[in-house]
Design a protein around this ligand. Sequence first.
Ligand code: AMP
Length: 404
Amino acid sequence: MPTTSPKSQHVLVLNCGSSSLKFAIIDANTGHEIISGLAERLGATTPSIKYKFNGAKTVINLVAGQAHAEAIDTLVSLIKDHSLDEQLIAVGHRVVHGGEHFTQSVLIDEKVIAGITQAATLAPLHGHANLLGIASAQASFEGLPQIAVFDTAFHQTMNEVAYLYALPYKLYTEFGVRRYGFHGTSHFYVAGQTAKLLNQPIEQSNFISAHLGNGCSVCAIKNGKSVDTSMGLTPLEGLMMGTRSGDIDPGLFNFLTTQLDYTAQQIDNLLNQKSGLLGISELSNDCRTIEEAAVAGNKKAILALDMFCYRLSKQIAAYMVPLQRLDAIIFTGGIGENSDIIREKVISLLAFLGLDCDQKANLNARFGQEGIISSSQARSKAVVMPTNEEWVIALDAANIAKEL
Ligand code: AMP
């Protein structure tokens, strides 16, 4: 990744979800994780913190009802107990929604908090958790620069033809209703790494990156910049995901409310929690479980995988309109980095784009291993590139802190 300096630059990276907090201390120079962990079930009856340090895994049980502030307090003690605070130069926060205001990472001050608060109206659950994380970290790490890194920022290069919905224009100008896109940090990182792997300048690279994890999105990257992406106003739009439906006919809302008496909250829950791979397989949202069931002949599991690949391939093909020329498709995220089955299926559906799949390379590119999985004759390459959003956050935070 980008510029490095010889001195170690330890950054605490915080990723606050509504009931969880992912954390890591990363050396921005190398990407090395000094400590990493997850606080989960925050605010519920059995909150806990799991962390990995020096190869050992430890679990700390929190008191019932304890939430982000207490989890961060415990984290601070943990960091101090291991004397990890002495080398910390900054705290980097993953912020899900930056609206139109934030096109790059920024040092957090009162104006930035106001901007994040405003953007949080577009993604209340995530936004509220991000703000809580920032407030707690500011209280606990007084004097350390706090930097916000936005999931939406990379996509701010899209033009209005790509980001507007065909709705009354005032919904955009007055309320900010438009496509923002997410997973920006991941798409940015894997595109940069793929350009290096293919030995071509990122400024002249046309890629389609597919971030396939529990959440899934595709991004069309032209000359290194995001020109379109499948997630929209919220991370619900686009691809079929673990529990999210992705694209549906908006007419469904009327049907569900008038015919089945659904409330807005129930619809939201249906589309976000009960759909996607889980909804179709009626088995699991976990791709591994579904793949195992499909191999054993489970028809709904086979259907779920077929739909997942079909919809993903259709979206990738659509991005040939803005790109015109494709250098490579990139697979990343838990599924993209590990599922040779899904990669092979998608590549075969997209063979008309000049893609092919080298079976051996495809099988080898797993468990954090990057690689080109197409043959040397392929007109467009297929690449597996493990993502590392935490490192990008650490780097941005370190670079901003350095300038202070
Ligand atoms: P993430 O949100 O990036 O952690 O990705 C989670 C998804 O990756 C889940 O659906 C997992 O089942 C999937 N995944 C992880 N490892 C594998 C694997 N070896 N094969 C297939 N899917 C996997």
